[in-house]
Structures are given as C-alpha cells and as structure tokens.
Ligand binder design. Structure first.
Ligand SMILES: [Zn+2]
Length: 330
C-alpha cells in the first residue's frame, strides 16, 4: 500500500491538509474527498483509517506503523470498525447506513473509534445522508465518515457544507508517466497507463494482472483482423474478444485500449510521433496508417466513444460491439 509520502507526490495539497488534521489532532467528523477517478481518494481513505486506528502512534508523524495487528487487519481488509459503503443498485439507501450503525452498537468493539468510507457518496438518498450526519453529530461518538465522490455538484449542499472538503487533482500525464517509469514499468506500458489516466497504484496492479496482459494481446489481434480486408473481425469478436471482455466494465476498458490505437493513428498521420502511446507497436501503426486515412481514423474514434456511451446507457453490449466492429472492419 502507498504511504502518505508516496501519495504526496501526486496530491501535495490534499495530503498536507489530511496530515495536518492528523498530527494536530483536529480530525473532522466528516471528510469529503472529491475529484476525478484515479486520483488516490481511496488510497487516502485507507491511509487515514490506518493512522486513525494504529496502536503504535507517533505523535509527530502522520504515517501509521504498518506493523501492529490493527494496521495489518486494515491492510487485509478485515478491521471490524472500518466499513465501506457503496450503492446497492442505483443508490445508497437509509437502511444501509442504519444497518451499519446497528452493527457498530452491538458487535464486540475493539475501541470506540469507527470509520465509514462511503464510495460514490453522491448516490446517497436524502434520508441516507441525513441519517449519516445525525449519527456523526452524536457527541459520544468518535466516528469519522469519509465520503468519496467524483461528482461533487450532485451532492446535497447540506452534506457538503458539513464536511471538510479535500480536493484531489488529476495528475498530469507526464508526471504520472515519470512516476511509473520510476516504479520500473516498461516505457510503452507506462505510456499507456498515463494516457488512460490511471493512478500509480492501479497501474502497478494492472501491470501484474494476467487478465490485462491477455486483454492487451487480444486488442492487438482484433486490430490485426479489422485492419485486414481478408480477415473477419466479426468472427474474432465472438470467438475471442467477448469471451475475455465480459460485463460492461471490462468492455469499457477494452474500448479504452482500442481508442489508444486510433488516437495513435491520428498522431501518426499528423506527424506527431511524440504523442504516440503504443511505442512498442510502431510497425503495426505504420502499416495500419496506410489502411485508415486521417478522417477515417477520426470517425472511428467517434464510433468508439459512441460505443462507450451506448454501454453506459445500457444498450445490449453484444449488439453495441457488433455494430462497432462492422465500422472498424476494412
Ligand atoms: Zn499500526
């Protein structure tokens, strides 16, 4: 897991604010971590919780010891007083908050301290949000709520105004790229993750993930098929692609990979070689850019983005992908 020191490289302001509130013992009842995806909001929540519960406290440092049983339980995801709440279906309901509060009251507690982390907090119903805030205001409680959102404008004003707001910023591509290189990732992979705006942690995990390695290969093979008039991309979609990319999230990820290919083709057409992400695939890109003109590449980028939109709007994934492949096939 990252440390504050590591997270500080990408989120200096957020980390400084949180560290100050820890070391000066001015912990708020509720924090609102807001900012784009992949900016470390979740890592910050874990670091915060670990320091809050750690048994080996060092008053002057915001870091936890990482060695005591409590730190280890948090790291392995089973500390009884740290709870994660996320939407069930479309929203986070009052019952979900109430259920947790009951749990906290009845179960054998390690201490009086509790932390809730609410993911996608903008999806709390008004009742759920009010229930949560009421609970936080009970004076006997040492409860901290961390609300995480990518869409602060969709949050209720009454909630936002009662939280300490901590903003997380997108890391610039270049900065992220350098950090990934420092972590030992190959250039082309670092480039790819940076262009997908993942954070360091997500990138390192993906890099170790067999599913991702396979995903990358399958997208290359799909490109080989659709760029070749004598091959059948449609068949490949059904025989290989849809077997690997399952469910909307994975399909969306696959579309992000495809998008990079066509953005690179545009860069190549415009002689902007310094913008090319797939630097390990130059031979293919050279070859494909004779098959796809600049304006076609732009149209196909539009088609891919359109397919992402369709997935988000619950169009049947197979149909959306079939339609896309027919557009891509030369
Ligand atoms: Zn500890």
């Amino acid at each position: 897991m990252t440390s504050w020191t590591e997270l500080k490289q990408s989120q200096p302001v957020a980390v400084k604010m949180l560290n100050n509130s820890i070391t000066r013992q001015r912990i708020a009842h509720a924090y609102l971590f807001h900012g784009p995806p992949g900016t470390g909001k979740q890592e910050a929540s874990l670091l915060f919780a670990k320091r809050y519960f750690c048994e080996e406290l060092h008053d002057t440092s915001a870091e936890s010891c990482n060695a005591c049983p409590t730190c280890k339980r948090i790291e392995s995801g089973n500390h009884p007083d740290l709870h994660w709440i996320e939407p069930e279906g479309q929203s986070i309901k009052k019952e979900q908050i109430e259920y947790l509060q009951k749990e906290f009251t009845y179960t054998g507690l390690e201490s009086n301290k509790k932390v809730y982390v609410v993911r996608e907090a903008e999806k709390m119903t008004i009742n759920a949000a009010n229930r949560l805030l009421k609970f936080l205001e009970e004076p006997s409680r040492e409860t901290v709520a961390i609300l995480i959102t990518e869409h602060i404008s969709q949050m209720l004003d009454t909630i936002v105004s009662r939280c300490q707001r901590i903003q997380f910023h997108t890391l610039s591509n270049q900065k992220l790229y350098e950090q990934l290189l420092n972590q030992g990732l190959p250039e082309s992979t670092a480039n790819m993750f940076a262009s997908m705006k993942l954070d360091v942690q997500q990138s390192l995990e993906l890099n170790e993930d067999d599913w991702f390695a396979e995903a990358r290969k399958i997208v290359i093979q799909l490109m080989d098929k659709v760029m070749n008039p004598s091959e059948d991309g449609y068949l490949y979609l059904h025989q290989m692609y849809l077997k690997h990319f399952q469910g909307r999230e994975q399909l969306d990820f696959g579309l992000d990979l495809l998008l990079i290919w066509f953005q690179d083709l545009v860069s190549l057409h415009l002689d902007k070689n310094e913008s090319i992400v797939l630097t390990d695939q130059m031979d293919r890109l050279e070859q494909f850019h004779y098959v796809v003109s600049l304006s076609e590449a732009k149209t196909l980028i539009y088609e891919i983005l359109n397919t992402k939109r369709k997935l988000a709007q619950n169009v049947h994934p197979t149909l959306a992908m079939e339609y896309l492949i027919l557009q891509l096939q030369r």
